[in-house]
Design a binder for this molecule. Sequence first.
Ligand code: NOJ
Length: 674
Amino acid sequence: MKTLKSLRAYLLISVVLISTVSLAENINNINNIISIQSPKKKNSIHFKLEHGIPYYAVNHKGNSIIKWSRLGIEFKQYPSLGSNLKVIENKKSESNTTWEQPWGEERFIKNNYTELVISAKEAFSNIQIDIIFRAYDDGVAFRYALPKQANVSAIDITNEMTEFNFVEDYEGWWIPAYDSKVRYENLHRKTKISELDTIHTPFTMESKKGLAISIHEAALTNFASMTLESRGKGRLKANLVPWSDGIKVKLKDAFKTPWRTIQLADKATDLITSYLILNLNEPNKLGDVSWVKPAKYIGIWWAMHVKKYSWGSGLKHGATTENTKRYIDFASKHGFDGVLVEGWNIGWDNWPKSYNDFNYTKTYPDFDMKKLSKYAKRKKVGIIGHHETAGNSESYENQLEDAFAYYKKYGIKYVKSGYVGATLNKVEWHHGQYGVNHYRKVVETAAKYGIMMDVHEPIKPTGIRRTYPNMMSREGARGMEFDAWDKNGGNPVSHILTIPFTRGLAGPFDFTPGIFDVMIAGKPNNRSNMTLAKQLSAYVLIYSPLHMAADLPENYENNPAFQFIKDVPTDWETTKVLDGSIAENLVIVRKDRDTDNWFLGAATSESIYKKTIALDFLTPEKMYEATLYKDAEDTDLKTNPTAFIIEKIKVKSTDKLPIHLISGGGLAVSFKAI
Ligand code: NOJ
């Protein structure tokens, strides 16, 4: 019923708003510069050819942000499409639609932009290239497209010439792109553009005046990931992740590159509610996705990370029938949707050194899948399957159909996968074209079996969840697990305040929050650098349609703060960022999709945070019971991080809420409509 209603709303909105107008006649072609402006004229993007070389530039509110920067692609077989070009045609159009996410952080998303398509030909080969620009009010984007043409067959791309030539040597937060040890799991560093390494995107920068800029890409399909290399002060260049033979991208004939995206916001908090990346992806390809559902889960997981259990066989084996039953009972008692079970299948005994051992349809003898699937069904809890590949993508692909068919047979609807390893198949980067295609093949195969994916050691998200709504969450950044075993003791206090402005802009992150045993018993050199209240705030601050209550069940039993984790939804009607500053502090509120309830997360890094926020996001005239999970008077991040208090107050939309956070502290609030 809900789906039908949503579909009706979606169709209605689409029909009313679609208005693609061709403005080809009105091209503003002064001095060979062709420009478009975003619908509210906030951003503009400009194109010119100078001596046959293509350039673009970007302005925000009339101020130059990206100076003339080169465009183009180089090939092994053909002349460069970055020089000797002649424009043969250009077309402008506008589009204004609204679409509905089947699940997400925002239900209805406005997609309003101006587009410019430049078609150009290379003088000697006569090869045509199209460069497509879009100007949105929250940023700009462009992509290259090579239409099918007689003089082009096999294509090897050797270089993308795209540059981002900023007016200032902005400071930004980045992680290195070619660190095979930890892939995307580095801590963000902050430097000027001129001082950075070759880096992953999203790369988020801030100007001295507070303008926030983030470079990323959208719709990464059959192409290499784009990383960025520094070319001096304020200058970045696209760096495509190569195949093991050095070629960047191998294609048959025609292609479209992913969109190169530049999100622009007058304050960093607005980046978090920019949906530019999703807008640049293709609509849902899977048809009826009513089977795709956000969820909250627990799992046989943290116990392995803190060395209480093992993944492999033996006395400490975690994934036994008895133990899994115990977790299912706990999930059922507390209303969780799923229980993740890692270490159930053959192959773990030499992990992480093992490479060829994983079998995705054979259980360890002490794990009875048939019995457990029946038991879970009776208890109305789903088992969340797990496929660790150790980076052996070839073996995984060979077993893929059987692996998903096996899970389907046992009613398993969610699968977490993993690719711990420096490379895939011991040769290819995770984020090269090979990896991009591998991960896509897995998502498509999973969809065929009605399975939703949560990918660890993934490639970065680029919004393909819009096209494949079963691609739900992923890691691709340092998760909570680092607190259990990182040699430097755990994630720093600023980590979850950096993520929403950087990696979080790309898409959902399976961070696995909820560690109540903050000091981590039995691991004297490790701990979580968050107070318990800050752990709770992470459920709102970090967006994921799949959120885990990561700690051991015994650490939740009889703890009244567990109620917040039980109450907080993972599917939202809308999201509002009330305040925040990159790596420092953040206050987010989100409204549940199914009720009038709102949830707030607030957290700070080292500095004390004090602010009073208006509750005007609440539905007017409605009374709410607000339950506040706060750091207590005597909470101290270093010495007493688990002290908290719970306060209940009645509030309405005209009220104000003072927020006072201690160093490393947080606040979580549920607002229940009464
Ligand atoms: C790394 C993943 O991030 C973690 O969640 C998982 O438990 C291990 N790999 C084993 O697959």
